[in-house]
Design a protein around this ligand. Structure first.
Ligand SMILES: [Zn+2]
Length: 290
């Protein structure tokens, strides 16, 4: 099969099972101290100055205020590459998880930590509901950032590989519901980036999501890890596709992407030997805005 045919097939298969993420904001730190408590503190000690962390970089809105779309980083900014992992679970897959199907992949996360590979995880809200401890752990690790892949992983544009479709009027709420699931699970290190389920979007969905002020994130390298059985083929496809500034889409779910960790274990040392450095999506966007 040609690269392009393989790519299309993989994307098609992927779309059937996986959904989209919506970017989430919310680095909210809630103070339980009221003004009186602050005043008491000030009487005995100088007020502490909290340097607010810089907000994650986003792109300016697109035409007519629509959600902007980011596909890859600068080609002239050096050999950097961002690996992204979609933690997919649809709103309809609860019974399958209850029956023992694994939509998580803790071994993959452990491998990324062992190899010290920064990564951006595009998580569905349904995934965070199912695996709150893992979601919290990923979101607490500075190695990672957590972005929004919708709540339901249903399609935001139709047709989209057979996925059920989210009504236009419900799109914003679906994205916001994922953000709420992250908050409920205690996920920190969230970034306001959204990945459309199946990568399917149109002007209407970009407009519908605009009030959420997220940056949509696609990719320029599809790994083909969805339903792959041969990790060598996945690794080859990534290694063939990566250029400076590339953004690679992979998956963090044993159910639909069972050989991803084996592929990553090949890709990481090889790309490093070629001089590449791994970064997060926020790093690519920050550099692209300069
Ligand atoms: Zn997905």
């Amino acid at each position: 099969m040609t690269y392009s045919a393989r790519k299309t097939t993989a994307l098609t298969v992927l779309g059937v099972v996986l959904g989209g993420l919506t970017g989430c904001g919310g680095h909210g730190i809630v103070s339980t101290d009221g003004p009186q408590a602050e005043a008491r503190t000030a009487a005995v000690a100088p007020p502490r100055v909290h340097a607010a962390p810089a907000p994650p970089p986003t792109l300016a809105p697109g035409p007519d205020g629509r959600t902007p779309v980011f596909e890859h980083g600068a080609r002239t900014g050096g050999k950097v590459v961002a690996l992204t992992f979609d933690a997919d679970m649809t709103a309809a897959e609860g019974p399958r998880a209850a029956a023992g199907e694994h939509f998580d992949n803790p071994g993959l996360i452990a491998l990324l930590r062992e190899l010290k590979v920064p990564a951006t995880v595009f998580m569905t809200g349904r995934w965070a509901d199912e695996y709150p401890a893992q979601a919290r752990s990923i979101g607490a690790d500075p190695l990672f950032e957590v972005a929004n892949h919708s709540y339901s992983h249903y399609a935001f544009a139709s047709p989209c590989y057979g996925l059920p479709t989210v009504a236009k009027d419900d799109m914003r709420a679906d994205a916001a519901r994922a953000t709420a699931s992250f908050r409920k699970a205690g996920v920190r290190n969230t970034v306001p980036y959204f990945r459309f389920p199946g990568g399917c979007y149109d002007d209407a969905s970009l407009s519908a999501l605009a009030p959420e002020r997220m940056t949509a994130v696609q990719w320029d390298v599809i790994s083909g890890d969805a339903f792959a059985t041969n990790p060598d083929a996945v690794a080859d496809q990534v290694l063939d596709g990566v250029r400076p500034g590339s953004l690679v889409v992979m998956h963090c779910t044993r159910s639909a992407a069972p050989v991803t960790d084996e592929a990553v274990s090949q890709v990481v040392p090889e790309l490093r030997s070629r001089g590449y450095r791994f970064v997060k999506v926020s790093d690519l966007i920050r550099a692209a805005r300069r």
